[in-house]
Design a protein around this ligand. Structure first.
Ligand SMILES: *Cc1c(COP(=O)(O)O)cnc(C)c1O
Length: 475
């Protein structure tokens, strides 16, 4: 299997190469040349597999240049009980009515990004070793992505991480999680500024092509193909668990829907890929918060990215996006995988700030099962409270956006699986607002806030950052 650019201007590359790439040279995103197909018989054969075993099967369809034994070792290391609290790695739990939760937040940073990042840490180290090269990951984070990357890449050979965070703007828990790491290859840098300042510093560094090449700079953002491929696995897992109690006939007809709390469109894109591969998914429901560019797109066919200044700070902060980087991969499929049409569409988008695909709107649901909805702060609070009253389960605000949108769009007889994207312990304020008390940190994290923290404070100054990275980069 080779990977091509959505915009057609890249020689096909291997999976291992795509793992280490950011944007394609033509500005597009790497996508599989053809989607691997999986039959129902094949899926049935996977029923008895553990999560890491299933990951090997699904990922081997994408990672055709990685020998099975190597993939097995990496999946066992990534999806181990040392990293994930739940024995089954991804617990699937009935919630209310026909709505269930797919537990993706059992990993070290209590959010779904661990699912892909833990595998990416393994596979990047492997691909770099094979190439005989190194990578210095430079990232900016306001919380979740940075910590998931650090926990996945700590101690990895040939990789260093330089993570910029806005000083004083993360929660105590997020700070403690990142800054308490003591691994030599993890560098936390607190910038005197806001998240946008961190992003601008990052752009200044990676925009300097000579510096970038000299110091082997890279990223692990949500467009990374390795992350997308690893996320496909849990859609198969959830479908299998949802049908374990059915007989053979029931299984043959079994279809479920997923609701995905969305930001950069990475998580739900993996569901779209699972559906194209042949997994019997009925609908994929996109849940947005007040930053609802994607909901607008899926309701009207018009995509209108917003500026950072027009992005609200909400109580489901990991979904606060103005522009959804992975949407390009879906639109590539929508436009019949025609790179010329996609490139043309993106030229229009860049020039006019808007992409009008309303002519294709009827196909969104009919052909791809995609629908969407928006949830607000009041919805999150009510949903957290109601779910807690009815089940005793405390959900986090992002998952609450999912449950809210799922409840409002679910049809009679539809079985809806909401992806739980984070644990409530990370967001005490809204949980207190909803149920009058915070969710308690799990036992294994109870001492986290007391640990010594290691962070370099730095002014908002590109030259200083450059010197810091140059002095500590692996080479
Ligand atoms: C990253 C994140 C999301 C959004 O996922 P995308 O793949 O960007 O759509 C939702 N919820 C939480 C908790 C996240 O960390």
């Amino acid at each position: 299997m080779k990977y091509i650019s959505t915009r057609g201007g890249m020689e096909p590359i291997s999976y291992s190469e795509a793992l280490l790439e950011g944007l394609a040279p033509d500005g597009g995103l790497a996508v599989p040349e053809a989607m691997p197909a999986v039959s129902l018989e094949q899926i049935e054969k996977w029923r008895a597999l553990s999560y890491p075993e299933l990951a090997v099967e699904v990922l081997s369809l994408f990672a055709t240049d990685i020998p099975g034994a190597d993939l097995e070792r990496m999946c066992n290391a990534a999806y181990s009980s040392a990293n994930f609290v739940a024995e089954e790695i991804v617990p699937v739990t009935a919630l209310v009515d026909n709505i269930s939760l797919v537990g993706l937040s059992e990993g070290p940073t209590l959010a779904f990004k661990d699912m892909a990042m833990q595998y990416l840490g393994q596979s990047m180290e492997y691909a770099l070793r094979k190439q005989g090269s190194v990578l210095n990951i430079v990232g900016a984070t306001s919380g979740d992505t940075g910590s998931a990357a650090e926990y996945a890449l700590r101690g990895k050979e040939g990789i260093s991480v330089f993570m910029l965070s806005p000083q004083g703007r993360m929660s105590d828990f997020q700070r403690a999680q990142m800054y308490s790491l003591t691994d030599d290859n993890i560098h936390n840098i607190a910038i005197d500024g806001v998240f946008d300042d961190c992003q601008n510093l990052l752009k200044a560094l990676s925009g300097d092509l000579e510096f970038k090449r000299e110091h082997h700079l890279g990223t692990v953002n949500s467009i990374n193909l390795g992350r997308i491929s690893a996320q496909v696995v849990y859609y198969f897992w959830a479908w299998l668990r949802s049908s374990d109690s059915l007989n053979a006939e029931g299984r043959a007809e079994h279809r479920i829907s997923f609701t995905v709390p969305s930001g950069n469109f990475g998580n739900i894109l993996s569901g779209h890929y699972a559906r194209l591969m042949g997994l019997p998914i009925d609908r994929l429901v996109l849940a947005a918060n007040e930053n609802n560019v994607l909901d607008e797109f899926f309701r009207t066919g018009i995509y209108r990215p917003r500026s950072a200044a027009n992005t609200y700070l909400t109580s489901s902060p990991s979904m606060d996006i103005s522009k959804a980087s992975n949407l390009e991969r879906f639109i590539f499929d929508l436009l019949g995988r025609d790179a010329d049409r996609l490139a043309e569409a993106w030229r229009t988008l860049d020039e006019s700030g808007e992409l009008d695909l309303s002519a294709e709107l009827p196909r969104f649901e009919a052909e791809f099962g995609l629908v969407s909805g928006t949830s607000t702060h009041a919805d999150r609070v009510n949903t957290i409270r109601e779910v807690h009253e009815r089940t005793g389960i405390v959900i986090d605000p992002h998952t609450a956006d999912g449950v809210k949108v799922a409840s409002s769009l679910i049809r009679d007889g539809e079985q809806m699986y909401v992806l739980e994207t984070a644990k409530p312990e990370k967001f005490p304020e809204i949980v207190v607002e909803a149920i009058g008390k915070a969710a308690e940190l799990p036992e294994h994290l109870a001492g986290l806030l007391e640990l010594e923290q290691f962070v370099t404070e730095m002014p908002n100054d590109a030259a200083e950052l450059r010197a810091f990275v140059a002095a500590r980069a692996v080479s």
